[in-house]
Design a protein around this ligand. Structure first.
Ligand code: LMR
Length: 394
């Protein structure tokens, strides 16, 4: 049977990580996969998470199953973190999932069950795994313009022109903050215009928010998702705890379905639980439990927020350093966008050939579309990257 299997294309982000590990050069720099690293190159376990783990080890009395849709303490705390008081909880169905990717996958599956003909509009570019999952599920994808490669900012006119093609029942995938891979984000007035357009067309916004707290702060990063949730008839939200809690391998995420018509909640909630049961039955609980402990304990929460804020400020500082160094070396402002972008990523606008040369000549690893992970840098490597970019003619 297995001989009938077909080759699968490698995920370019994962493949780059493998290539980096195999590179023997000591001077190599990893700006690939979206994992936070401190200036020493370490992805630490956050203090509050470590403290919660210790407490959990002492207090946990059973590892019996939770609920199919996850522990309500987790889903409730996460709904509060993401949605604030934007919508009453009786208008929200929630599902604990293995990571943000699990939430994305279950959301697309829910869309397919509810409306098999739905098309999903995605930003060009988007996280490659969005496209891969949609292709795997056989869902029709339509691109909308998003990034202006000349200015490295959002091409909002192009985006709105392409969203003119949205029909009733379509889904439009948006990044809640910290757009992956570009780092370029919509302003609040732009979000309002998008909402107006989608509501006029009868389309459903789906928001992937994987980096809350990495852009302008925990609350500011949730402003767009809260606005959309409060102003659209139905919204799907996939949120990840991988990055802002630093619990990547624990696979902790949540899918939320928000609806103005609270009468649809029971039906939607049952469908979400059904999806979990068909896919892996109960969702993982360890990471989810740590998250709910951190979010509901004042001391742990304050410490988590303080550490997350340090992480965010550190990345902002690196952005400013890199932009300033590039300005110094190039004598121009053309890299100023790096300081304007938010989150872990910036798309630099280098060609695939230049990206390849940076890897071959300098051991600098970035995604082929020239996305860099800002957190892969430190004080010492910022000038090295800046010089290499200028030398490569970027
Ligand atoms: C990324 O974009 O690098 C992260 O979201 C990690 C991943 O799974 O691709």
């Amino acid at each position: 049977m297995f001989e009938h299997l077909k080759e699968k294309p490698a995920d370019k982000i994962i493949a780059l990580g493998q290539a980096f590990r195999e590179d023997p050069r000591e001077t190599k720099i990893d700006l690939g996969v979206g994992v936070y690293k401190n200036p020493e190159g370490v992805t630490p376990v956050m203090r509050a998470v470590k403290a919660a783990e210790k407490r959990l080890w002492e207090e946990e009395t059973t590892k019996s199953y939770t609920a199919l849709a996850g522990d309500p303490a987790f889903t409730g705390a996460m709904a509060d973190l993401v949605l604030g008081d934007a919508v009453p909880r009786e208008n929200v169905a929630t599902l604990a999932t293995p990571g943000g990717t699990g939430a994305v996958r279950q959301a697309f599956d829910l869309v397919r069950m509810a409306n098999p003909g739905a098309r999903v509009f995605v930003s060009d570019p988007t996280w490659p795994n969005h496209l891969s999952i949609l292709a795997y599920l056989g869902v029709e994808v339509v691109n909308y313009r998003y990034f202006d490669s000349a200015t490295c900012a959002v091409d909002f006119d192009g985006m709105m022109a392409d969203l003119e093609g949205v029909r009733a029942g379509d889904v439009v995938l948006l990044h809640g903050c910290c757009h992956n891979p570009t780092g370029a984000n919509l302003t609040m007035p732009e979000w309002r215009a998008v909402v107006e357009r989608l509501n006029a067309a009868g389309a459903l916004p789906m928001i992937d928010i994987a980096y809350q707290g990495f852009g302008d702060g925990l609350e500011a990063d949730a402003a767009a998702v809260r606005y959309v949730a409060a102003n659209c008839p139905e919204v799907l939200i996939a949120a990840s705890c991988s990055k802002n809690f630093g619990i990547y391998r624990e696979r902790t995420g949540i899918l939320m379905a928000v609806m103005q018509e609270a009468g649809l909640r029971t039906l939607t909630q049952a469908n979400l639980a059904y999806l979990n049961r068909q896919t892996y039955s109960f969702p993982p609980d360890h990471g989810a439990r740590l998250v709910s402990m951190v979010l509901t304990d004042d001391t742990l929460r304050a410490d988590w927020q303080a550490e997350l804020e340090d992480v965010r400020q550190g990345m902002l500082k690196l952005r400013e350093q890199l932009a300033a160094e590039l300005q110094r070396l190039s004598g121009s402002d053309r890299f100023g966008f790096i300081a304007q972008h938010r989150g872990m990523f910036s798309r630099l606008g280098a060609t695939p050939e230049q990206v390849e040369r940076l890897r071959a000549d300098h051991g600098i690893y970035m995604i082929g579309d020239s996305r860099i992970n800002i957190a892969g840098l430190n004080d010492k490597t910022v000038p090295i990257l800046a010089k290499a970019l200028i030398d490569a003619g970027v």
